[in-house]
Design a protein around this ligand. Structure first.
Ligand SMILES: [Zn+2]
Length: 76
């Protein structure tokens, strides 16, 4: 019986999975905890503060700056 061995592994998996499950529930199925731009893992505090975050801090800053610029200049 490897039930006991599995229990320890399950607790670890649960801790990691529980956070992800909560985040996924808040953000929808597209949330992966991974930056959609550079593919690195998004900081946990960032996800806690903003569960919808799809980009790491660096990429989010870049995207925000870009969108602000394009809003100022307009698409024309
Ligand atoms: Zn990134």
């Amino acid at each position: 019986m490897d039930d006991i061995d599995c229990a320890a592994e399950r607790i670890e998996a649960f801790n990691a999975g529980a956070l992800k499950a909560v985040l996924n529930r808040m953000d929808g199925p597209s949330s992966s905890g991974v930056c959609q731009d550079c593919g690195c893992v998004i900081e946990t505090d960032r996800l806690k503060a903003n569960p919808r975050a799809r980009y790491c801090r660096e990429c989010a800053d870049e995207i925000e700056q870009e969108s602000r610029r394009s809003r100022l200049c307009g698409p024309r």
